[in-house]
Design a protein around this ligand. Structure first.
Ligand code: PMV
Length: 327
């Protein structure tokens, strides 16, 4: 046999307590803990085939051949798996998302989680969620969280701790919430997260304050999830989001990911709350707003956000399951 192949599905996730900043850049360790919810049906499906006949690694993303940085980052993961499995064959990676790439949901989280698990499984190593999460974290810290379903925590990293992994804190069926994504206008290309985080650490006067404030917010989000308390999670999530963006904006040069559509979607979320609908907002390193609400309010929230000026469209997600191998 010269070919070994595996296909897996991983889901995107959205942080309810945000991560921004690294305690160890070489090992890609986060300076703050984060908590996310894994999102169904935002899926990445990835097949990795190790093939002795290949002269180099080949990566295709949504049917398009990858080169440059995305290819280099994928090869780094493949090299780590090859080293563990003591193999040398090159690999063909075919990865596609079932959610639009421009939906504002980071595909790097589900993408790297799926790549690690598919490569690992293709070389016949046994399933190991903790090691998958640690390996995925080295490629993209948010990817460590997409190995697991439901509500997931990635602790802060102590410099040198190469094994840091995420862990689940509650399963997907623990809490019937929804995340309504308001897709904002596409702006110029964002500054990548690693570049942005290191810039914030070097230049933002609010970086220390952000890091110091995060522990309390993570605790509130965790306790709120366990108690199914939307007010507690929502208020802490919004503060975590806005503190992270304040830290980003005060960098030099400022990292401004918010756009007019972001602010109008935030106003809609506030207005819904005034009308008695419990809904809270978060944003990542981009302009899109993700609104957290009870399942029973999701349609109302999606309708209000969908008719908000400058919002292009909405997508609704619910807590989703862990990474799955499908062949
Ligand atoms: O893991 P990365 O490098 O994609 O960074 C993710 C950073 C945020 O999306 C802004 C926050 C988070 O915790 O997901």
């Amino acid at each position: 046999m010269t070919q070994h192949s595996a296909t897996v599905i991983a889901r995107a996730n959205i942080a309810l307590a945000k991560y921004w900043g690294k305690s160890d850049v070489a090992l890609n360790l986060p300076a703050v803990a984060s908590i996310s919810v894994t999102l169904e049906p935002m899926r990445t499906e990835t097949t990795v085939t190790f093939d002795d006949a290949l002269a180099a690694d080949e990566v295709s993303l949504n049917g398009k051949r990858a080169d440059g940085k995305p290819l280099t980052r994928a090869i780094k993961v493949l090299d780590q798996v090859r080293a563990l499995a003591k193999r040398s064959a090159h690999a063909r990676v075919e990865s596609s998302n079932n959610f639009p790439t421009a939906s504002g949901l980071a595909s790097s989280a589900s993408g790297f989680a799926a790549l690690v698990a598919a490569a690992w499984s293709a070389v016949d190593l046994p399933r190991d969620d903790v090691r998958w999460s640690a390996l995925a974290r080295q490629a993209s810290a948010s990817a460590a969280r997409s190995i697991y379903g439901g509500f997931v925590e990635l602790p802060r990293g102590v410099p040198g701790d190469a094994g840091l992994a995420a862990h689940p804190i509650a399963p997907a069926d623990h809490w019937d919430v929804r995340v309504v994504v308001a897709v904002a206008n596409e702006g110029p290309k964002d500054v990548g997260s690693t570049e942005g985080m290191t810039l914030s650490e070097r230049t933002s006067p609010y970086y220390r304050a952000w890091v110091d404030s995060s522990d309390k917010l993570v605790e509130e989000v965790r306790a709120g999830i366990l108690a199914r308390d939307l007010t507690k999670v929502g208020e802490a999530m919004e503060q975590s989001t806005l503190a992270m963006h304040a830290c980003m904006m005060a960098s030099r040069p400022g990292l401004i990911y918010l756009q007019p559509a972001t602010l109008s979607a935030l106003a809609t979320v506030k207005q819904l709350r005034r009308e008695g609908v419990e809904v809270y907002a978060t944003m990542d390193a981009g302009p899109h707003v993700k609104a957290l609400c009870h399942a029973r309010d999701a349609e109302k929230v999606a309708a209000a956000l969908g008719s908000t000026p400058m919002v292009l469209r909405t997508l609704t997600a619910q807590p989703g399951g862990a990474l799955e191998r499908i062949s």
